[in-house]
Design a protein around this ligand. Sequence first.
Ligand SMILES: Cc1cc2nc3c(=O)[nH]c(=O)nc-3n(C[C@H](O)[C@H](O)[C@H](O)COP(=O)(O)OP(=O)(O)OC[C@H]3O[C@@H](n4cnc5c(N)ncnc54)[C@H](O)[C@@H]3O)c2cc1C
Length: 611
Amino acid sequence: MTITRRDFLNGAALTIAAGLAPSQLLQAAERSAGYPPALTGLRGNHAGTYTLAHSLAREGAKYPAVMAREVFDLVVVGGGISGLAAAWFYQRRFGAGKRILILDNHDDFGGHAKRNEFTVRGQKLVTYGGSAEMPPTALDSHAVATLLAGLGVDPKRHQAAERDPYRELGMGRSVFFDAEHFGRDQLLAGDPFASLIDARNTGAQPASAAAFKAFLDKTPLPQQDRDALARLADGSTDYLAGMGEGERLAYLKRTSYAAFLRDKAGVGLDGQRFFRSRSNDAYALDADGVSLFDALAIGLPGGKNMPPPSLNPRLGKSPTSKLWFADGNATLARLLVQNMIPGVTKTGSPDDIGAAGFDYSRLDTDDSKVRVRLNSTAIAIEPDQRITRVTYGWSGNLHRVEAAHVVLAGYNMMIPFIMPGLPAPQKEALRSDVKAPVVYTKVALDNWRAFEALKTSRIHAPAMAYTDLWLEKPAGARPADPVVLHMLYVPTVPDSGMQARERFRAGRAFLLGTPFGELEKGIRSQLDRMLAPGGFAGKDVIRGITVNRWAHGYSYMPNSLFEEEAAAQAVLDRSRASAGNVVIANSDSAGSPSLTAAIDQAWKAVGELAG
Ligand SMILES: Cc1cc2nc3c(=O)[nH]c(=O)nc-3n(C[C@H](O)[C@H](O)[C@H](O)COP(=O)(O)OP(=O)(O)OC[C@H]3O[C@@H](n4cnc5c(N)ncnc54)[C@H](O)[C@@H]3O)c2cc1C
């Protein structure tokens, strides 16, 4: 299958790919070395990440048994936050002298909690490549509190609101209407609907009716849509008047936000397009894929007598999550590794570790009790009485280790392929976790003069590939200083009526089948189109592009449009059953793409291990 092969080999050797033998697949999975956070181009699930995993899942490849050459107390499959936390909790429970091996198929640790770096005109720019913000649920979790305290992170230090240096320069939000969907390219200053969503979440004062009218009058939307959107913003219409309480709740849960806008709020096609991607960041689904209930929960407007915004505890990235560190949750990943392998950095202080150097050559050394082995894909887990054999591909070869305990902290959907002996209902449950694709592209800019000229620091482009863009904290206060631009792309299939899992599979196939060059072309073209009126020309300003391609992104969350919550929870419960000394952690097993879930599940998994 072309898409799989292209991902194997980064599009470079398609013609020789068909019919590769397992030994050749092992070679193809190798990665070149370097300092991973500073690598640019296609990152996240970088090329080669899934060579072996897909060979099992898609090609049915069979690998020979090899001799076990190392013995560990614990092997953790998956070096994301959950796997690292599991190793840390294991040390706490069983003792610091225990030998631990952490395997991860990427060339960097942290899973989604990855860090990106650029250097522009001698200035280092640090940012997050995936899992970034601390969800509010983290503060209620005993496991998270234990971990943060152990790592010396004080939550109270991160509670204060940050000042916005752009706002101080009169730069605000704007909306970009594209010619393909709205008839003309237009960057329009202001985004009162985003302010309304913020206000609904924070209790702040929303924009006035006059501000909505002034904004809507300048949009390319037809008058009927302007009127319907103004009414929606006004909030005084009960669109579900006449429905009883039960009927109302059923409607909220079973109707997509897009259908509500169309059928009840009288919003036409253009208006629906204008409103379709406000849920992308939180759910990795557009208005056609989220229920009205879930849309209201993150603050989208729904008129009178609707439930107010409320925290969906499964969400990691929500309107009330907060960025604690410049590199997001990658700082926690670093702290965890530093705590277990002290030689990797010179400091274990949460305040300094982000800026300190990091020695990747110390991750996997003979003299360390804890070893993190990168570019290593576990392909077989074989429990056998008191030991479990773990086979993995690394450095062009197959290797096997024995362990007293194993924590699976990778992806649920991979587990049936590496543990085919699990009961069929559990395997079916595990396979139903289809992760949502999400792309975080980071563009290092020489300066942000064009943004200053356009008086904008955040752009919402509802119908373009990248729907949300914002300038990160500037390296310097002057528009002439370098900065990183964050760009969010969720490969959705708008207005398709497809189930969430099908959407995610379609988005993933697209991402894995699209080479970096094509993605880069789209990024440059979108930026030039949006920012040209401010004098922007990508060729003169862009100094680096990192596309954090998360083909397997957010963990699958139960979705009331497509399934009953109780049935979905029963599937999750079935999926995480342990097998002897093999237990399951990771955010997938909670049905919650969040840091809290990743750490809670690690805590739970380690607690389930027999002493
Ligand atoms: C773009 C993006 C942004 C996000 N933002 C936030 C946020 O702001 N706040 C928040 O709370 N959450 C956020 N999340 C959710 C995020 O998934 C969690 O916060 C958390 O990082 C999940 O940790 P994990 O260890 O469970 O999974 P992962 O981070 O996915 O780690 C699992 C690791 O196991 C590896 N693995 C899988 N199978 C194997 C195998 N067979 N062999 C070896 N290795 C294997 C995987 O490749 C991966 O590296 C975000 C997710 C994405 C994709």
